[in-house]
Design a protein. Structure first.
Ligand code: PLP
Length: 405
């Protein structure tokens, strides 16, 4: 273990998350680890540097969070960054000029934009492929990428790819494998144990879980990769603020109970949606008919709590449905305790052209839900009120409209 604060290895998610840094304060015996806001630290004496000297390079509060995330993911250590995007930015600093990234065609929009802009500036070579297409993936690997990027389940249609299989193939071609694990968290998926080298999180989402911090993290399986990314994070100044780390560590304490409750609610909401006459299609890896269901069952320990579905109707129906909601908030982002609903075509994926949206399966009647931890009956009742607001609802017998409740 890299530092003195991590004296004990604790194997279970719940215990790691709750106990990280507890009673680590030797000065006063504080139960909760103190927040170190100081930007700098004194030298013990001439030429005698202590563990920390400057908070961009290292900070005790941030370090606790990084180590906790690494313990949760089964990695060597973690680097906490100012956002999910800066975590991804830090990872790609590992590439030398012209080296290649192989990324999924449906990766997070910010990731897509960063990789594409780096390629357009001539800094890297880049291929976007549908990683569920084995022929395309094999062909892209022949080009010897330095880094294979994986994001599963993907946004917003929750496509699932096989981390173990892709990691193995990537290794045969000498590539590093990084997985964006934001959608599931280590509670439901541990990419490092499936063969990946690096895990990235937008801790803004489930890790913090309270929609009050923007942050990110990189967790590396090996020391050398960790040291290299840590060096770049310090060099480029993308390390996270101490206060954000303090809040995120506080959010992390309840990660397991939150994730379990999120998932329980999501399962019930899916059950409701699949039997609703006003729903055209439900995208959720937990459904047997979902194309990634078998892989999800194998590599995940839960199906998560992101759901997408298509309303039976056009954009007017979507508008009416959203207007009928009182509990769900119309907002981007995900992973907070509160339930959110978003219209990808005009919100998260608005920068994507209509043609590209069509290719990606993003239609005007698609909605994405981040299921929160409120009482599930209230959430279902809220959807019921949304469906009741649909213009076409008059033609549906009341008994059918409420059948799924
Ligand atoms: C939100 C998100 C990011 C970007 O994280 P920020 O904290 O917003 O910078 C990256 N990947 C995924 C999957 C995300 O959902």
């Amino acid at each position: 273990m890299p530092t003195s604060n991590r004296t004990q290895h604790r194997a279970t998610i719940e215990t790691i998350a709750v106990r990280a840094g507890i009673e680590s304060d030797s000065q006063h015996g504080a139960i909760t680890p103190p927040l170190y806001l100081s930007s700098n630290y004194s030298f013990a004496g001439f030429d005698d540097k202590r563990e920390f000297d400057y908070s961009r390079s290292g900070n005790p509060t941030r370090q606790l969070l990084g180590q906790a995330l690494a313990d949760l993911e089964g990695g060597y250590d973690g680097i906490v960054t100012s956002s999910g995007m800066s975590a991804i930015f830090a990872v790609i600093q590992l590439l030398k000029g012209g080296e290649r990234i192989l990324a999924p065609h449906d990766c997070y929009g910010g990731t897509f934009r960063l990789f594409k802009s780096y390629a357009e500036k001539g800094l890297i070579s880049l291929d976007f492929v549908d990683q569920t297409d084995e022929v395309a993936l094999t062909a892209a690997l022949q080009k010897k990428p330095k880094l294979v990027w994986i994001e599963t389940p993907s946004n917003p249609l929750l496509r699932v790819v096989d981390i173990e299989k892709i990691s193995k193939q990537a290794k045969e071609h000498g590539a590093l494998v990084a997985v964006d694990n934001t959608f599931l968290s280590p509670v439901f998926q541990k990419p490092l144990l499936l063969g990946a080298d690096i895990v990235v999180h937008s801790t803004t989402k489930y890790i913090n879980g309270h929609s009050d911090v923007v942050g990110g993290a990189v967790i590396a399986k090996d020391q050398q990769v960790f040291e290299d990314i840590k060096w770049w994070a310090n060099c480029t100044g993308v390390t996270g603020a101490a206060f954000d780390s303090f809040l995120t560590l506080r959010g992390l304490r309840t990660l397991d109970v939150r994730i379990q409750r999120h998932a329980k609610n999501a399962n019930k909401l899916v059950d409701y949606l699949v039997s609703h006459p006003q729903v055209e299609h439900v995208y959720f890896p937990g459904l047997v008919g979902h194309p990634g269901h078998e892989i999800a069952k194998k590599q995940q320990s839960g199906f998560g709590s992101m759901i997408s579905f298509k309303i039976n109707g056009d954009v007017e129906a979507v508008k009416a449905f959203l207007t009928g909601l009182n509990v769900f908030s119309l907002a981007e982002s995900l992973g907070g305790v509160e339930s959110l609903i978003c219209h990808p075509a005009t919100m998260t994926h608005a920068a994507v052209s209509i043609e590209e949206q069509a290719i990606a399966g993003i239609t005007q009647n698609l909605l994405r839900v981040s299921v929160g931890i409120e009482n599930i009956d209230d959430l279902i009742e809220d959807f019921e009120s949304g469906f009741n607001a649909l213009p076409s609802n008059e033609s549906i017998p009341i008994s059918a409209a409420v059948a799924g409740c």
